[in-house]
Design a protein around this ligand. Structure first.
Ligand code: URA
Length: 193
C-alpha cells in the first residue's frame, strides 16, 4: 500500500508542470532509501548529477554525505528515506525560490504523511526553513531536536549542516563543522537504536 501510494505520487511529480523548472529538468528526483525507514533526510534540491540520474545525493555532496553516514553507522539504504524540498533541478544550482518551494511542497508533505518518519533530518538551511522558524541560523541550532511542529506532531526535527557546505570545510578538529556533523549523525543513529 505504502509502495503504491509512493509510486502514484512519483508518477504525479513526473507529470508536474506547477513551476517553470519542469521545462529544464531531465529527470525528477523523487527519493532514495527505504520506505520503511524511521529517519527521513530532506535536502535542498537536485544538482546536475541528481538531475541526470534521477536520484538524490549522488554527486560530490552525496558522496561526502555517504561517508558521514557510514562513519555514524547509518545505513543509507535501510535506515533512511531521502528526499528534497524540490523535485526538479534549479538551473545553475541556484537556491530554490519561494514560488518553487510552494509549488513543490505538496509532494514533500505527502511523502512525510506516507512514510511517517519518527525523525526528520533537515539537511541544510533550505530544508530547515521549510519547517522551522525562518529566523533560526543553522550554525546555531544544528544538532538540536525540535518537536511539536504544527501539523507534524510526534516527529522530531533535527537540522544538520549540508554536505555541500562541508565540502568547503576540511578541518576535522573538535568542534569543526565536520566534527559537529558527525556528532549530530551519531546522536541521530542512537535515537533509533
Ligand atoms: N544537494 C541536495 O540538497 N540534494 C541533493 O539531492 C543533492 C545535492
Amino acid at each position: 500500500m505504502t509502495f503504491e501510494k509512493l509510486k502514484n505520487l512519483e508518477k504525479e511529480a513526473q507529470q508536474c508542470e506547477c513551476c517553470p523548472l519542469f521545462a529544464t529538468r531531465n529527470n525528477i528526483v523523487f527519493s532514495d532509501g527505504s520506505n520503511k525507514a524511521k529517519i527521513m533526510l530532506i535536502g535542498e534540491a537536485p544538482g546536475a548529477d541528481e538531475d541526470k540520474l534521477g536520484k538524490p545525493f549522488v554527486g560530490r555532496a552525496g558522496k561526502l554525505l555517504n561517508e558521514f553516514l557510514r562513519s555514524a553507522g547509518i545505513n543509507r539504504d535501510e535506515d533512511l528515506y531521502i528526499a528534497n524540498t524540490l523535485k526538479c533541478r534549479p538551473p545553475e544550482n541556484r537556491k530554490p525560490t519561494k514560488e518553487e518551494k510552494k509549488a513543490c511542497e505538496k509532494f514533500l508533505q505527502a511523502q512525510i504523511e506516507i512514510i511517517k518518519p519518527k525523525i526528520i533530518v533537515l539537511c541544510g538551511a533550505t530544508a530547515m526553513e521549510s519547517f522551522l522558524d525562518k529566523k533560526l541560523k543553522i550554525s546555531k541550532v544544528r544538532g538540536q531536536i525540535f518537536e511539536n511542529i504544527k501539523g507534524y506532531e510526534g516527529i522530531k526535527f533535527i537540522p544538520v549542516l549540508h554536505p555541500s557546505y562541508l565540502l568547503r570545510q576540511h578541518s576535522t578538529e573538535i568542534n569543526s563543522p565536520r566534527n559537529l556533523t558527525l556528532k549530530d549523525l551519531i546522536m541521530i543513529k542512537n535515537l533509533i537504536k
